[in-house]
Design a protein around this ligand. Structure first.
Ligand code: GLN
Length: 193
């Protein structure tokens, strides 16, 4: 049995928990305090609003303990706002949040017309079937360092990346009925354990 935490301060927490709990031998729990982090084998940083989530992380004194756990190797997956939390740099903004993944992200990057959209993309490392990708005021990766593997490109933009124990997607697999990305992350957590 694996326990996977979803940072439960704000955003699409319930949706990720439902996906995790639909998988065999996985328990999903909401992580709200430092002690919860030591109880999980892997961690999801959900979508929501990264500025708000960053402030809540500070308020609940979670920024450092989260960064330390990720640096120590706990598998982590950031979706949308979660990708922004992981990034080392945010284009046009002076500060970042956890600053761990060697990517620069552009927030709200698709402009008003494509504010929210869905597309379907084949991501061979994750599944042999095309996966539906849901973007909601999404970021994309404008720059990825040499240690970062690019998993998916959609509309010419980098939208899924991996660097060692860190996975980040600009889109929201938890808002679809396709569980392939959750399975992929669970596989990463299982390997690490
Ligand atoms: N636009 C949000 C941000 O900048 C992210 C949107 C999302 O997570 N769906 O934090």
């Amino acid at each position: 049995m694996l326990t996977i935490g979803v940072l439960g301060l704000q955003g699409a927490v319930r949706e990720h928990l439902d996906c995790l709990n639909a998988l065999p031998a996985i328990t999903g729990i909401a992580v709200k305090k430092a002690a919860d982090i030591s109880a999980v084998d892997g961690l999801i940083l959900p979508g929501g609003e990264s500025t708000t989530m960053g402030k809540l992380l500070e308020e609940f004194r979670l920024t450092q303990v989260l960064a330390d756990s990720i640096q120590a190797g706990i598998p982590v997956w950031g979706t949308c706002a979660g990708m922004i939390l992981l990034a080392k740099a945010i284009a046009g903004e002076p500060v970042c949040h956890l600053g761990l993944m060697d990517i620069t992200v552009q927030r709200n990057a698709y402009g008003s017309q494509l504010d929210s959209f869905t597309t379907t993309v084949l991501i061979p490392k994750v599944s042999d079937m095309p996966i539906p990708l849901v973007f909601i005021r999404a970021p994309y990766v404008v720059k990825a360092g040499p240690g970062v593997e690019i998993l998916a490109i959609a509309a010419d933009k980098i939208v899924a990346v991996e660097q060692a124990n860190m996975l980040a997607t600009a889109f929201h697999p938890e808002l679809t009925s396709n569980l392939e990305f959750h399975r992929y992350f669970v596989g990463k957590v299982r390997k690490q354990k």
